[in-house]
Design a protein around this ligand. Structure first.
Ligand SMILES: [Zn+2]
Length: 315
């Protein structure tokens, strides 16, 4: 069952009431049957279509319990519209744009909602990339993207993996890394790429250990400092992704992305990029909804902790 609205008109007619929204969530969440979040039992009495009571322990489970919608004081219809706006538009939406579109009283609410949704953009247990993969790091932020080698100033270093699909780009993964050491780069690659894959990098020594980790490593040495632009030909996919990412952050978000939260923006960019060829944008709406009912809620205090630079563990 992959049912999703394909147009704004369909979206509006499907989700006219809170009841319709709850029933949609219930179909997504319990498509494989009920599962009690307290005791794991799979039998329940139904109080109504969206409220279940575990027949073993008596726990009452509403369709929003244990999802990113848990405890919300706002109508589900408003959440649904937020998800529609995030997914139906190619570049997504900024917190300011969301606040205006939904008529939310505060910017903070819009900001929090977008961050909650970003937590649902990474599917737990997703596949790693495989095949031929380009990997490189890029600096993010700061005024210039100058040629300063791997030294780290005020900019943030991110590492990008882009799958080769003929001459085109397949799927991608990206992450913030503390530095370009072998330890940092290898941790990212092991999480993002299936062993046995061919990994294409430049000659940076941080990549020399890949063979020992079970990858086929192709490196093309080059002098980063002397030949500006030479990289463009060497690893074209990963550099294309880096420039699209920067354009998105400058465009949709007007550059207003703090380094502490960058990973979550990278998750959103990746979610969008890896589904860019979907025939219907509604499919992204469906995927995000599906993951939103399967991802545990993030408390506001945890979102704010990020602001202070103390990141909680990501799932
Ligand atoms: Zn139970």
């Amino acid at each position: 069952m992959e049912e999703y609205p394909k147009t704004l008109t369909e979206f509006e007619s499907w989700f006219l009431t809170e009841e319709a929204c709850r029933e949609y969530l219930a179909r997504l969440r319990w498509s494989g049957g009920f599962r009690c979040p307290r005791c794991g039992h799979d039998k329940a009495w139904t109080a109504n279509k969206t409220l279940y009571e575990c027949s073993r322990c008596g726990r009452q489970v509403s369709v929003t319990t244990g999802t990113i919608f848990q405890g919300t004081h706002k109508p589900l219809r408003q959440w649904f519209l937020a998800i529609w706006l995030v997914t139906s538009q190619k570049p997504g939406v900024s917190a300011l744009g969301l606040q205006a579109s939904l008529g939310l009283g505060s910017y903070r609410t819009a900001w929090v909602w977008l961050h909650k949704l970003r937590r649902a953009m990474v599917r737990p247990g997703r596949d790693r990339l495989s095949g031929r993969i380009e990997v490189d790091e890029t600096y993010f932020g700061g005024r210039s993207e100058g040629h300063e080698g791997r030294r780290r100033g005020k900019k943030t270093l991110i590492v990008i993996a882009a799958q080769e699909d003929g001459r085109k780009i397949g799927r991608i993964r990206m992450q913030r890394v503390p530095n370009a050491s072998a330890k940092s780069l290898e941790a990212f690659i092991r999480a993002a790429v299936e062993p046995g894959s061919v990994i294409h990098t430049d000659g940076w020594y941080g990549y020399v250990g890949l063979k020992a980790l079970g990858y086929v490593h192709e490196s093309t040495p080059q002098n980063r400092l002397d030949i500006p632009g030479a990289e463009e030909d060497l690893l074209p996919r990963v550099h294309r992704v880096a420039s699209l990412l920067k354009r998105w952050v400058m465009g949709t978000h007007q550059g207003g992305v703090s380094h502490e939260h960058l990973d979550y923006y990278l998750d959103e960019f990746t979610f969008r990029f890896n589904r860019r060829t979907s025939r219907h944008r509604g499919k992204l709406f469906y995927r995000l909804m599906q993951q939103a009912v399967n991802v545990a809620p993030t408390k506001y205090s945890d979102l704010v902790k990020d602001v202070r630079g103390k990141r909680h563990n990501r799932k």
